[in-house]
Design a protein. Structure first.
Length: 243
């Protein structure tokens, strides 16, 4: 899964990299190197007035199920829906409608993953994973609007994950779905609703080759810790093996 990530870019930088010519927020979100569930995040989606244009928006991380009514229950549910599995996203009630028509990209400077007991690294050792080319990681996501009882609209989003591959599988068994540039238009187009076509867009060759992982301090475990130092590489002992 992906439970924390970093984003310190100004929205103008993101607008340039993700070719945003549609609507955008009125101001940038604060830089954060420890974004947690329910925090406000950036997404790139099709512009509401012109689907051929990309729009930048801010939403809350963790999709709210469309059937929920109570605000407190809806807010609590977000932490359980920050990730959607690519293998079953088209079937799950929380995610399937958004997968069909309201998909997005979630720009990440990098994300954190914690080594599991089944890997070769010490359990719970955090790693920071970022793009090898130094740019933003374009992570596949879905977004949705939820209407509260008072009539206000809350927009939320989830990151799509897949089975980990390559070296990333030595850390954790899941990883985000990275969306290549040449597939952005198809992915964001709300008119593209065919399930098999959408599933094929999430399948790319050697996705782990696009990213590099480095061990970082356990300081990232505490949400209140938030500085670029969290992404700094640390020295760890030799990897442990089970055999």
């Amino acid at each position: 899964m992906c439970g924390r990530y970093a984003q310190s870019a100004d929205m103008r930088e993101l607008m340039e990299q993700f070719e945003v010519s549609g609507s955008s927020p009125t101001e940038s979100l604060p830089a954060s190197w420890n974004i947690a569930p329910t925090n406000p995040i950036y997404i790139v989606r099709a512009d509401s007035e012109n689907h051929k244009k990309n729009a930048l928006a801010t939403v809350s991380w963790g999709l709210i199920g469309p059937w929920l009514i109570d605000v407190s229950e809806a807010k609590a549910s977000q932490s359980r829906a920050i990730n959607a599995r690519s293998e079953s996203i088209h079937e799950k009630p929380t995610f399937r409608a958004a997968f069909k028509s309201t998909r997005c990209l979630i720009p990440a400077e990098g994300y954190y993953e914690w080594a599991t007991a089944l890997g070769k690294y010490s359990p719970k050792q955090p790693f920071y994973i970022s793009a090898k080319n130094g740019k933003q990681l374009p992570i596949a996501g879905i977004w949705s609007s939820w209407r509260a009882p008072n009539g206000s609209m809350i927009e939320t989003a989830s990151i799509i994950t897949q089975e980990a591959q390559g070296e990333l599988a030595e850390i954790h068994n899941r990883m985000p779905v990275f969306m290549p540039y040449e597939r952005w238009d198809q992915w964001l187009n709300p008119a593209n609703t065919e399930t098999e076509s959408l599933k094929s867009l999430m399948q790319i060759e050697s996705p782990a080759s696009l990213a590099v992982a480095r061990p970082v301090s356990r300081a990232v475990n505490t949400v209140s810790n938030n500085s670029q130092k969290l992404t700094a590489q640390i020295e760890v002992g030799e990897p442990e093996t089970l055999f």
